[in-house]
Ligand binder design. Structure first.
Ligand code: FE2
Length: 385
C-alpha cells in the first residue's frame, strides 16, 4: 500500500487534499475525518465501535494542521477541539469517496455475476464433509453464493433435519410459521401449493414477509417421481434484460409497490408492501420479489399506470421463462441447493407417478453467511502476512 506524498489544507481547514506516492489523490472533509478519527476516545480499542455521536463533533470542526509523517501516514490536528491523531495512508486510500461514481439505475456490485443457462456446468458445488472439514472449501462455496446467488451441496446425509447442519456451517436458521424446517412433498390438504405435485412458476419465497428470508435451502431426501426437476433463474439478470428491452416497464416495477399476502392457515396472516424490483436510493438493484401464488391485489399503482404495470409484470414473467435464463437440474437424495432469496428465483416442474418426492426446506439469512465469509477471508489474509 502506497504511503502519502503530500497534504494540502483546503477552504480554511474545511477539507484537505491528499496525494499518495502511487499518484492517487483525493479530498476529505474535516467533519468526515473527525468522525472517523481512530483515537481511543473516539473508537473503543477493544471492539472498534464508535464512542461519540455526531452531536459530539463541533459544527465548526476544521483541520488546524496536517502533515505527512515519516512513515507516510497523515497526522492531523482538529480545531477547535485540539484533538491530534494519526490516519494510516492505506486506511484512507481504501475509503476514498472523492471520485466520480457514474451509476445507472439497476447497477449491482462488480462482485455480483449475472448468469443464465451457461452457469449450469459451473454451478458452485461443494461436498458437505469437505466444507465442514476445510474452511477454504467452505469459503469457496460461500463466495459462490455471494457471487451467483446459488450453490449446490452434495453428500448431505439423506436424513430428516440434516439441512440444519448445512446452515450451521455459516449462520443461523430463520424459523417461521412453517417451522424450523419444513417438508416439501405432496399432501392431501396442503396449506401451501408447494406441498402438491403441481408445477410452480419460478418465484422468490415468502415475499409476504418483511424482511424476506434472504436464503433458502432445499434438501432432497427422496426423489423417484417422474418430473419434479428444479430450476433456478437469476432475477437480477432477468430484471436487467427487462430494463434493456423495456426501460419504462423496469421503472414501473421498480417505482411502484406491489402487495403480497399469505393466509394459508388459520393462525397466519402475513402481508407486505414492496416493489417487485427494489432499488436503493442510488439505483443499486437490491432485491427481486416475484411470486404469483402470493401476490395480493395491487392497490398502490395509479389507475392510469395499472395497464402498463401489468404489461411490465407480464414481460418480466416472459423473460423468466426464457430457456436462456434457466438452469435446470434434478436433485438426488443427499443433494441440496441454496439460493439467495433476494435475487434468485426457483421453480419446480410438475411431478407424478408412483414414486416419492421428499424435500426439506429451511430459511436462513445472508448476514451470517457474509460475516462467516469475511471472517474466513480475514483469517486467510492474516495467515499470509
Ligand atoms: Fe419456493
Amino acid at each position: 500500500m502506497a504511503g502519502l506524498q503530500g497534504v494540502e489544507i483546503l477552504n480554511g481547514g474545511a477539507a484537505i487534499r491528499l496525494a499518495w506516492l502511487d499518484g492517487q489523490a483525493a479530498r476529505f472533509h474535516a467533519v468526515w475525518l473527525r468522525d472517523n478519527a481512530p483515537d481511543p476516545k473516539t473508537r473503543a480499542p477493544g471492539n472498534g465501535q464508535r464512542l461519540i455521536t455526531v452531536l459530539d463533533i463541533s459544527p465548526d470542526t476544521r483541520i488546524a494542521a496536517a502533515t505527512v509523517t515519516d512513515a507516510g501516514d497523515l497526522a492531523v490536528r482538529f480545531a477547535p477541539e485540539g484533538l491530534e491523531c494519526l490516519f494510516s495512508a492505506g486506511w484512507l486510500a481504501a475509503r476514498v469517496y472523492d471520485a466520480p461514481q457514474p451509476r445507472e439505475p439497476g447497477w449491482t456490485d462488480p462482485d455480483i455475476a449475472r448468469w443464465g443457462v451457461e452457469l449450469a456446468p459451473g454451478l458452485p458445488t461443494a461436498r458437505f464433509d469437505a466444507a465442514r472439514a476445510d474452511r477454504k472449501v467452505l469459503a469457496g462455496w460461500l463466495d459462490g453464493i455471494r457471487r451467483y446467488g446459488v450453490a449446490m451441496m452434495t453428500g448431505v446425509p439423506a436424513e430428516s433435519g440434516a439441512l440444519v447442519g448445512v446452515v450451521d456451517l455459516f449462520g443461523y436458521v430463520r424459523e417461521t410459521n412453517y417451522g424450523r424446517w419444513f417438508d416439501v412433498r405432496a399432501e392431501v390438504n396442503p396449506v401451501n401449493l408447494a406441498y402438491t405435485g403441481l408445477g410452480l412458476q419460478a418465484h422468490t419465497d415468502n415475499p409476504y414477509r418483511d424482511p424476506v428470508p434472504t436464503l433458502q435451502l432445499l434438501h432432497c431426501l427422496e426423489n423417484t417421481v417422474a418430473g419434479g426437476e428444479s430450476i433456478v433463474v437469476d432475477g437480477f439478470h432477468a430484471a436487467g434484460i427487462l430494463q434493456r428491452e423495456d426501460p419504462g416497464g423496469f421503472d414501473l416495477l421498480a417505482g411502484n409497490c406491489a402487495r403480497f399476502e399469505y393466509a394459508g392457515s388459520a393462525d397466519v396472516r402475513l402481508t407486505a408492501r414492496r416493489p417487485m424490483i427494489e432499488l436503493a436510493p442510488d439505483g443499486e438493484m437490491i432485491a427481486i420479489r416475484f411470486n404469483n401464488r402470493s401476490a395480493a391485489a395491487f392497490t398502490d399503482i395509479p389507475y392510469d399506470a395499472m395497464g402498463a404495470y401489468y404489461a411490465a409484470y407480464r414481460r418480466l414473467a416472459e423473460i423468466v421463462e426464457r430457456p436462456a435464463l434457466r438452469v435446470r437440474f434434478k436433485l438426488a437424495p443427499g443433494e441440496l441447493f441454496i439460493v439467495d432469496n433476494t435475487r434468485v428465483l426457483h421453480s419446480r416442474e410438475a411431478f407424478s407417478g408412483s414414486g416419492q418426492r421428499w424435500l426439506q426446506g429451511c430459511y436462513a439469512d445472508k448476514d451470517g453467511l457474509l460475516s462467516t465469509l469475511a471472517v474466513i477471508g480475514s483469517g486467510a489474509r492474516e495467515a499470509a502476512e
